[in-house]
Design a protein around this ligand. Structure first.
Ligand code: ADP
Ligand code: ZN
Ligand code: ZN
Length: 674
């Protein structure tokens, strides 16, 4: 009989010890949920990590109030996985628990608790009934790729499928999934948040029907709770199609993980902790199960490609589009030159206008890409140069013309555009920069007869709005789709023949060592939306640096050239994959105090890690939501023992926080930052 239990709670600590009342002794088991008092008046749901008889000394031990489960809802694999996440990403187990369990599994107060207990697992709303359809037959190239993947799995646990857009990667996944579930295994199919649309869901549901569950963060808590519970039961889904958080679902016989669009940076969770990379974490999950991992993309992350070249991953290439369609031709248009020749209409060059006109006359569709929402980037007083800025963040406000509002895209702060400049009282504003709203306005002037749709964070706030836009465009109820990055993710439209990139420079100049790589991924993806079903499409890429190497590499689809050049630079300047990066962030309201604490922390880090420590510096956006920010960069050689590094980092964090003046300091690590 055990008298104590260590319990992980949704707070940033590893675990807390509670006593087990006699009446509950039979019931308190590792992996079960319990209800416990916390602090002065809170009540939390936690998970039992361990039962034991080591009475804690010097602290008051509270008793467990209630046990919610008769059998564990967190299995041994999950515990091992949570432990790995907590250690690798240097964050307490409590943070992992918070991220890992759907809200409905960890009710906060008595009321929610009752509801959760009494909610019966309803007939699952997420899987469609109905007969499964047979698989599409693969064409020759696809069949060969499938055979190569299978052969590669005999030797390696991880394989990269490098297949051009619209080569039929999804069809290949479907065949592989089918084989694994026929062998009695479970499959997890991961997609980036925004790429998990009804388009892809329906495609898989036609084949897997009730055997597949979908897990999405935009689903209701009840829906996610249902999937979680079903995965704990004796009849779990065999296939889970889900976003990054689905790596935390309970699996019993996991045999395969597919990570589609593996290059996508949104697999990295930025906020809050655990700041995990779902691709890398999923590969660890697969390893725990002895399962295989298939990474798929048209443009591999450079880190992935690097490992494939080194032979760590298997590598399979697919160079043909399904039905042998050509990849779209990418035409570079020099907008500086066009402007000089006075051939620009607003943001549109003559060749782009002609291409749009041609497509409209042939009743084909057009996608226009501009990676900035709102009307203009910012507003400026022509008289005195005043620019409205966010009072809480270190950024200018974005102008939204339709609403007449200025908005901060970091904290949501919104005000009316003032009638006159508060600085010089003139009424003479200029809008600087190009947002999707402005693009839409100009298109309506150029082509009043065309029906347009706009997809960005303003028009597609909810999942329903987003799906609606995709549906309307896919069913050809509009001619032109204008959007941000949202239009790039894995969408499969049949009638798009022209893709216009309005300004390829916006992403290139970001102060980030991955900005070229990212630009390559995003522009290749958006280009890949053209000419997917009929004759080849065309991409008009407008840029202010038509001569630059990267723009030409993108246009020539020269992945290798781009990769080789970047790797040389990253080796010379010590960036991943040649070093392991860890960022240390410190945040505080008081800028001076923060300066002091950041210096102190950097000194402590230097005492241990020496030259590997850079900073502290102010990041490009040095204040968000009234908190000032400092960043310290650690560049570790990959051979450094991670466990020792982790211990040192935790000790330094504790030391900084133990200073009474650091009471309200927020300090955390971002491991493998993106
Ligand atoms: P990718 O994932 O590589 O971009 P998809 O799997 O979406 O490519 O395939 C592009 C389009 O071609 C889809 O509409 C898909 O249904 C169709 N397609 C690809 N392969 C086949 C096949 N073997 N049989 C029937 N349709 C296919
Ligand atoms: Zn002014
Ligand atoms: Zn703000």
């Amino acid at each position: 009989m055990y008298h104590y239990a260590d319990i992980v709670l949704p707070v940033p600590f590893d675990s807390f010890t509670y006593s087990i009342p006699a009446a509950l002794q039979e019931k308190v088991m590792r992996g079960c949920r319990v209800v416990v008092p916390f602090g002065k008046s809170k009540i939390y749901t936690g998970i039992v990590v361990r039962t034991h008889n080591n009475a804690p000394t010097g602290v008051e031990v509270k008793a467990i109030m209630e046990v919610l489960d008769e059998r564990p809802v967190v299995n041994e694999m999950q515990f091992r996985f949570w432990q790995w996440i907590s250690q690798y990403y240097i964050c307490p187990l409590g943070d992992v628990y918070k991220a890992a369990m759907p809200g409905g599994m960890k009710p906060h107060d008595g009321k929610a608790l009752k509801e959760a207990q009494h909610r019966r697992p309803s007939a699952d709303a997420l899987s469609v009934a109905g007969n499964s359809q047979p698989l599409h037959a693969l064409n020759k190239a696809q069949g060969e790729a499938l055979a190569e993947i299978e052969a590669s799995f005999h030797e390696k646990d991880i394989t990269l499928l490098h297949g051009v857009t619209s080569s039929g990667k999804t069809e290949i996944y479907i065949h592989i999934i089918n084989k694994h579930i026929e062998a009695g295994k479970q499959v997890l199919y991961l997609l980036p948040e925004i790429a998990l649309t009804t388009q892809i869901t329906e495609r898989l549901q036609q084949v897997f029907g009730e055997r597949m569950g979908v897990y999405h963060s935009k689903f209701t808590e009840a829906q996610r709770l249902n999937v979680y519970k079903r995965q704990c039961s004796d009849h779990p889904f065999q296939v889970i199609l889900g976003v990054r958080s689905s790596i935390f679902l309970p699996f019993q016989e996991l045999g395969l993980i597919i990570i589609d669009e593996e290059h996508d940076t949104s697999y990295k969770q930025q906020e809050p902790a655990p700041r995990y990379h779902a691709r890398n974490a999923a590969m660890m999950l697969a390893r725990l199960f002895g399962a295989k991992t298939l990474l798929g993309t048209a443009t591999p992350a450079f880190e992935t490609y690097h490992l494939a070249r080194k032979g760590r991953y298997g590598y399979v290439k697919l160079t043909e589009r399904y039905l042998g369609l050509q990849l779209p031709e990418i035409k570079i248009i020099d907008i500086k030159e066009e402007r000089r020749k006075k051939r620009m209409h607003g943001a549109f060059s003559f060749p782009l206008i002609e291409a749009i006109r041609g497509a409209l006359s042939r009743h084909e569709q057009i996608i226009l890409f501009q990676n900035r929402r709102g009307f203009s980037h910012f507003i400026e007083c022509k008289q005195c140069g005043w620019v409205p800025r966010c009072p809480h963040c270190d950024v200018s406000l974005t102008y939204h013309k339709k609403t007449g509002m200025l908005t901060c895209h970091y904290c949501g702060y919104t005000v009316h555009l003032p009638e006159k400049c508060p600085n010089c009282e003139e009424v003479n504003f200029a809008d600087v920069g190009l947002g999707t709203e402005k693009v839409e306005g100009q298109i309506q002037e150029l082509f009043p007869e065309a029906i347009t749709l706009r997809m960005d964070l303003d028009t597609a706030k909810t999942r329903n709005q987003y799906e609606r836009i995709i549906h309307d465009f896919a069913t050809h109820q509009a001619d032109i789709l204008i959007g941000t990055q949202m239009v790039t993710k894995g969408l499969d439209f049949d009638h798009v023949s022209v893709v216009g990139i309005l300004d390829a420079n916006t992403m290139l100049n970001l102060p980030d060592f991955r900005s070229h790589e990212r630009t390559f991924h995003i522009l290749s993806q958006v280009a890949g939306r053209a000419g997917r079903k009929k004759e080849a499409g065309v991409v008009i890429l407008q840029t202010r640096s038509a001569d630059s190497e990267i723009i030409n590499q993108i246009a020539a689809n020269d992945y290798w050239g781009m990769f080789y050049q970047e790797m040389t630079e990253r080796r010379d300047f010590h960036y991943p994959p040649f070093v392991r990066l860890i960022y240390v962030y410190l945040r505080h309201r008081d800028n001076q105090l923060l300066d002091h604490l950041a210096q102190e922390t950097a000194t402590r880090l230097r005492n241990v890690f020496g030259e590997r420590v850079l900073g502290p510096d102010c990041p490009p956006i040095s204040r968000i939501q009234s908190l000032h920010i400092r960043k310290i960069v650690l560049k570790m050689e990959p051979t450094l023992p991670t466990e020792q590094v982790r211990k040192n980092l935790i000790a330094i964090q504790q030391e900084t926080l133990s200073n009474p003046i650091a009471k309200n300091l927020n300090i955390y690590y971002d491991v493998d930052p993106m």
